[in-house]
Write a protein that binds this ligand. Structure first.
Ligand SMILES: [Zn+2]
Length: 185
């Protein structure tokens, strides 16, 4: 009986350790993030460039990203977890070749860490929800913040403000009933 208990607790400990290992493994960072996704799922769901940028801290080619010149009104969210990050009214043309923003929707939606790669000191910007790599933050942005969030298009998904539900016209049914009530008169 006692042996069984020891065995049970050993199995439990192993399971917990495995879960922790898998979770931190999938997030690929020292820090644990509120939301974790399996690498298998992300490889299926994301395009190769989206996966490379968000999970392997990659950088897309300048001027090649989908949203660099996007002028549409709307919201930019994390492509991995869907957390809203930027709005189009904070986007500006930096000439860098990557989508640039001077402010965030929410102060804590992005986590900043020192990035000393390539012999430079930069601030890496990651999604605070899932740890996805987004880009870098620089201090040469326009007023009023003076910040420039230089973000890969591949880290973002864009929801246009003007995109309504497709197909059914909202008010189509009302229009019909209005015309039928008119014919009744
Ligand atoms: Zn995210």
């Amino acid at each position: 009986m006692r042996l069984l208990r020891i065995w049970q607790s050993a199995v439990l400990t192993f399971c917990v350790a495995l879960t922790v290992f898998l979770c931190t493994g999938t997030c690929r960072t020292k820090k644990t993030w509120p939301r974790c996704f399996s690498q298998e799922e992300l490889r299926k769901r994301l395009t190769p460039i989206q996966y490379h940028v968000t999970q392997e801290k990659g950088t897309e080619s300048a001027f090649r990203g989908e949203y660099t010149d996007n002028k549409e009104e709307g919201t930019y969210s994390c492509v991995v977890c869907g957390a809203p990050l930027f709005t189009s009214d904070k986007k500006f043309d930096s000439g860098s070749g990557w989508p640039s923003f001077f402010d965030l929707i929410k102060e804590d939606s992005i986590s900043l860490t020192d990035d000393l790669s390539y012999g430079m000191h930069r601030m890496e910007a990651s999604c605070s929800e899932c740890g996805a790599h987004l880009g870098h933050l620089f201090d040469d942005g326009p007023r009023p913040t003076g910040k420039r969030y230089c973000i890969n298009s591949a880290s973002l998904s864009f929801q246009s403000k003007n995109a309504g539900p497709e197909g059914v016209e909202p008010g189509g049914a009302t229009g019909q009933s209005a015309s039928s009530s008119k014919s009744d008169l």
